[in-house]
Every structure is written in C-alpha cells, then in structure tokens.
Design a protein around this ligand. Structure first.
Ligand SMILES: Nc1nc2c(ncn2[C@@H]2O[C@H](COP(=O)(O)OP(=O)(O)OP(=O)(O)O)[C@@H](O)[C@H]2O)c(=O)[nH]1
Length: 527
C-alpha cells in the first residue's frame, strides 16, 4: 500500500520536475533564440554605424577631391598654364596633415599627368609624371585608377580599392569653377590608405574595433559566416563591400562585446535560479502544509480506528481532531458519533443476547456459559458453587385458568421478586418456560440453602392468587439445590441434573419446598 504522503511526495516532485523542464524549454525555445536574435540586430546596427562612418569618410574625401578638381588653378595646371602649381600646393607636410596617400592627375584618356604621394613604407614624399622611378610604389594603384577612370565619364565618384591594400578613393572630373568656361580636361583621384591610423580613427569615432581586409579572389562557394560568436564575451560580424578592381571585395569586420547578451542571459539565469528555488520552496511548503493539515490528522484518525477495533471502551477521539473546524474535524465528529451509535447497538445486542426479554434475568445461553466458567473458577480457587433450580407449581393450570398474558405477568412478578430478594448476590437466569436458575458463587452450602429458602418464602409471601392449584390457593415455587464441591468436582451438566433431581423430589414431596442434594446424599438416591 502506498501512503498518501508518498503519493503526494511523488506527485509534487513530478510537478516540480515538469515545471523545471518547462522552464528549461521556455529558456531554450523562447528566451535564448530571442536574445540571440536581439544580439544579431544589435551587431548589424553596430556594423551599420561603422559603415556609415566609412561612408562619411568617403564623402569627405569626395568633397575634398571635388574642391581640388573644380579649382581653376587645377584646371589651368592641366592645360599647362600653371607651371608652379605643384610646387605651390603640394608638400610632404600637406600629405601628412591630410593623411592622403596619393593624388593622381590624369588626362581625358586616363593617362597619368602628375602623381604626388607619401610612401608609407619609406615615409618619402615623391612627385612624378609617370608611376615609375621614385613613384614606382604607386604603379599598382595608378593602374587600378586608370582602369576605373576610363570607365567613368564625368562627375564625382567615391570608391574602394582592394589592391594592393585596402584603400578609399574619390575621382572627380577636372573642371573650371564656372562649368560654362570650358570642358573637362582630365581627372583627379585622391587616395586614402585604410591603414592602422584610419582604423584607429574609426575606433575613436564609433568605439568599435574593426578590421578591413581585401579579398582578391573570393571562391564562389566560400561562405564565411556573417556573424560568429567567438566566445562568451565577443562576437564578430563581417560584411563584404564592393571594391575595385572587379571581382574583388573588401571585407569589413567588427569585433563586438556581448555585453547586452551576457547581461540579459545572466539576468535570465538569475531569474531561472530563483524561480526554480521558489518553486521548490513553495512545493515543500505545500507538502509540509498537506502533512500538517491533512495527512497527519488522517493518520491519527486511522490509528484511532484501528485501536477502536481492538478494544471495547468509551469512544473518545483526540480533542485536537474533534475541535477542528474543517472537513477533517467534521469527519472526526461524524465518525465519533458513528462509533458511539455502533457501540450502543453492540451493547444493546449483547444485552438482548444475554437476557430473557419477557422477565429480565439472564437467559439459558448465558447461564450455560457462566456455569462452565464459574465451575472452572471454583475448582481453581477451591471454593464451592451453588445451583438453585426453581419451578412455579402448577403453572399450566394457572395459564389455563387465567390466560397466557396473566401467566406472563406471573413470570415477571416471580422474576422481580427473585431479583429483589437476592440483590447483587448470585446470577439469576430464566432457564425454561416457568423455570428459573440461580448461581451463587463462593458461597457456603449453608448460605445457599438459606437463599433458596428465602426465595421460596418470598414467592409464597407474594400471594399471587392461584385458585386452581391443587396444593395452595396462591402461586408457590419448588426448588432443587446442588452444591459444587471442589473436593469432588463434577461437570456443569451433572451439577444441573442434580439440582433438577432435587427439584423433582421437591415436587414429589408436595411442592412449595426445596430439595437439597446433601439431604439426598445423606438419605440415599431414592429417598
Ligand atoms: N404464560 C406463559 N406460559 C408459559 C411460558 N412458558 C411456558 N409456559 C407454560 O408453563 C406451563 C408449564 O406446565 P408444565 O410443564 O405442565 O408444569 P406445571 O403445570 O407447572 O406443573 P408442575 O411443574 O408439575 O407443578 C405450560 O402450560 C406452558 O405453556 C411463558 O413464557 N408464558
């Protein structure tokens, strides 16, 4: 049998486990993906910020380039009208201040006219009309610029170069200040290196660590993850930017801290932990309350019932149960009432099964039980036991004359008189129709005879009229006495038979008298 306590414990543990599982599932299927998606949005927004900063730098470079290209002095220089233009306007300091890598003037066919630049490798400033000699370091870049410019027809263009290193460039057609004053005479391209200084300036502006790398020959099936969580604290997001020459790219990468995610995830863990802890505490409290309010009283009620089944005493449930104002208290009160009713019924049944319902004394069955029991005890305690058998004389005639109800009344009167006469001494039983038997325990033979005589006299003195009695004008009784002698033990049946014989003798001797077996023993069996 499983106790309620075990059942509740198992059920509540199951509920707790299911609730924790549900929490884990919610975390796994809802919270975590939501946090990840929020983090993705955050990473893309941060990279957008970097890209717009890059665009800002490109725009600024474009503005500077257009100013230079739309300046009349530049226009005149391209037409060969300003021989001092380069000396007057360019120097190493100017390139260091503006952080420009190079400036390339090209004619309308895209051929370089003049190149000036600051070589970051050698930290040397050089100017040339062709990308050779001192300007040999510009050759690769100038050839990319030439190819790009030849495809461009007019206006301003801002673009990214991927070779030989990441660079940004702006190209503008060279025009006079007044566009009506003359046609385009060539192109000016200003290039800025996206070097460590530039990366540092972006970092200063955005607060984000970035890297830019050229991808010269991207494999078609090379799928780099756009967003990669490097570890618990960092994630890397990358974006590929179109660059020149064709089929090359610049990969813009940003390394971002996962602060929000870590904080949210930590908060969620914290909430999860305390929710789980609270759940366990609540379920434990529920279990304790169940134990205190329901299980413990129920167990006491069950224990009480078991004890009641084993004993026959007054029914009293513990006050703590009876006094309760809840269902258990009500159950206990009903139960106690039920037990009391049952006990009363049992007592009543017991009384009915022992007593003669017409006259009140014990019945034959109880007499037999007691006689066997008392003989055993008398033998054990070595004491005597007296049996008096009484029979109403000529009771048939009484019945016939006065009727059966009167006969019943007569029996009741005789029984009441006997009870009155003996008090608490002896056991009185109605052993037959009009026959009564008295058992007298631990009583000397002399006293037994005295009681028998007192009984006879009491009935005689009752003077219940009996006109048709051949021996008297009122109701009388005859009795037989037998005494159990522990020195000469006999069975219950023998003892009763002896008393009956003595009764028979008393009847024969004329009724309204007693027959004593000691007299019989003294005078012989047939006397
Ligand atoms: N009214 C009444 N009569 C009963 C009851 N039980 C037995 N009797 C009657 O008691 C009578 C007993 O009669 P008998 O056995 O002949 O004995 P008796 O007439 O008393 O004669 P003796 O005993 O020899 O003096 C019968 O008539 C029974 O009907 C009872 O409960 N009520």
């Amino acid at each position: 049998m499983h106790s309620l306590r075990v059942r509740f414990l198992v059920s509540i543990s199951l509920v707790a486990v299911l609730a924790l599982l549900a929490l884990l599932l919610i975390a796994r299927l809802l919270i975590y993906p939501n946090l990840i998606s929020q983090e993705n949005v955050y990473a893309n927004q941060e990279l957008d910020r970097v890209q717009s900063t890059l665009q800002g730098h490109l725009d600024s470079l474009g503005g500077v380039t257009r100013d230079w290209a739309n300046w009349d002095a530049s226009y005149d220089f391209m037409l060969g009208r300003r021989p001092d233009y380069t000396v007057e306007n360019f120097s190493q300091e100017m390139f260091e201040d503006t952080r420009h890598l190079m400036m390339v003037y090209l004619d309308l066919q895209g051929n370089p006219v003049w190149i000036a630049g600051h070589n970051p490798q050698t930290n040397q400033y050089s100017t040339c009309s062709t990308p050779a000699g001192d300007c040999g370091w510009t050759a690769a870049t100038v050839s990319v610029i030439q190819a790009h410019v030849r495809g461009q027809h007019e206006g301003l263009d801002r673009w990214l170069l991927s070779t030989p290193s990441p660079m940004m460039a702006a190209t503008s057609s060279i025009l006079p200040t007044d566009p009506q004053a003359g046609p385009t005479v060539g192109w000016l391209t200003i290039v800025r290196d996206m070097d460590a200084d530039w990366l540092a300036s972006v970092r200063a502006q955005t607060g984000i660590d970035i890297a830019v790398e050229p991808r010269l020959h991207p494999a078609p099936n090379l799928q780099l993850p756009a967003l990669m969580r490097v570890d618990r604290d960092r994630l890397m997001i990358s974006r590929q930017l179109t660059a020149v020459p064709d089929n090359t790219l610049l990969e813009l990468r940003a390394m971002l801290p996962r602060r929000d995610f870590a904080a949210n995830w930590q908060t969620f863990h914290f909430a999860m932990f305390w929710t789980a802890a609270l759940l366990v505490v609540v379920l434990t409290v529920v279990l304790l309350l169940l134990e205190r309010i329901v299980l413990s009283p129920t167990r006491r009620l069950a224990l009480f019932t078991r004890e009641q089944c084993q004993q026959t005493g007054p029914v009293e449930l513990p006050v703590s149960l009876i006094a309760r104002r809840d269902e258990i208290g009500s159950l206990a009160r009903q139960f106690q009432q039920l037990l009391r009713q049952q006990q009363a019924q049992t007592e009543s049944l017991k009384r009915l099964s022992r007593h003669d319902h017409l006259t009140g004394p014990y019945n034959r069955r109880y007499l037999d039980e007691q006689l066997h029991h008392l003989i055993t005890r008398a033998q054990r305690d070595h004491v005597s036991l007296g049996v008096i058998t009484l029979d109403i004389d000529h009771f048939k005639a009484y019945n016939d004359h006065y009727g059966h109800p009167a006969g019943d009344y007569c029996l009741q009167q005789v029984a009441r008189t006997m009870k009155h006469c003996l008090g608490n001494e002896g056991i009185i039983a109605r052993s037959g129709g009009e026959e009564f038997t008295v058992l007298l325990t631990n009583c000397a033979p002399k006293r037994i005879r005295m009681h028998a005589e007192r009984l006879r006299a009491a009935i005689d003195n009752l003077a219940l009229g009996h006109e048709y009695s051949p021996t008297a004008d009122h109701v009388t009784i005859s009795s037989g006495i037998a005494v159990f002698d522990p020195c000469h033990p006999c069975s219950a049946e023998e003892l009763v038979q002896r008393a009956d014989r003595m009764l028979y003798r008393a009847k024969l001797a004329g009724r309204n008298r007693m027959g004593d077996d000691e007299q019989v023993r003294a005078t012989g069996p047939e006397a």
